[in-house]
Ligand binder design. Sequence first.
Ligand code: C2E
Ligand code: MG
Ligand code: MG
Ligand code: MG
Length: 282
Amino acid sequence: VAKGDGKNSWRRYRTDVHSGVVERLELRASLHEAAAAGQFVVRYQPMVELDGAHVVGLEALVRWEHPVRGLLGPDQFIDLAEENGAIVAIGNFVLREALRTFSAWRGTAAGQALRYVSINVSARQFRTPGFVDQVRDALAAAGARPEWLVLEITESLVLRDAEKVWADLRELRSWGVRIAIDDFGTGYSSLSYLRQMPVDILKIDKSFIDDILHSAEQLALVEAIVHLARTLKLAVVAEGIEYQEHHDVLLRLGCPYGQGYLFGRPLPPAEVSVLLATAVGV
Ligand code: C2E
Ligand code: MG
Ligand code: MG
Ligand code: MG
């Protein structure tokens, strides 16, 4: 609470907190309708091979084109959509849209070197009966090969209800779909558990990368994760690479893949087409 002008600032603070709560209630209440009205769009962030910085994949990241509030990022609505179940419709939209768009890029000369599109799946979406069928349908509708798809899930999903979730993960992987653990290092998975998990890729959370230039401990942790991934024969991706120095250090540690503002922000599809025409490595 701001000090200085006494009662007025307190009242203003209360009003701000109150309107924040009301705003979130309003957003939550309109999510289903927004999905039906087609207000969600997908941005694509390049994922690169750190040795050479070639684009090898794209991460699909959802945005809400709110008619009044403008473009909203996922941190403003994904948790609300998880609460009221709208995440199932939104997530299925992202899956179909991103696969369709990716297939179109793959069909062009400039997009042939792209290996995969990486799609975030929330726990509630994954656990909703019929999710595996939705993936199958989305692949078929887009004419996409399962090998082109990476699903990003969280550690907590893999830990809860392990049996059912693991069976679904195994089925998806049997088709050639790959599974990434997003924000790796922020959850609670034990190392012995990780060895058995039906997953292919670890994405090292941005919070680990932020400090690698200034903290020897943080650097050692990232190095340990890279070695762990290699031992377990998992691919590893560092997220949140913002500076050339981050890139240099990660390369030295032997981290093969990365993404971050240094290589590109999440882009609308038209800008991805331009990027591909100029930047895809073969
Ligand atoms: P995430 O999957 O860990 O995605 C990475 C986030 O970090 C993205 O934020 C991306 O724009 C941002 N980012 C990438 N590089 C940098 C960098 O160099 N510096 C900084 N400061 N940030 C960077 P975004 O797009 O706001 O997404 C936030 C989170 O929302 C995602 O985190 C993901 O958990 C969730 N999300 C996004 N799209 C979807 C979706 O379609 N479905 C679900 N369930 N969740 C989604
Ligand atoms: Mg992600
Ligand atoms: Mg992440
Ligand atoms: Mg993250």
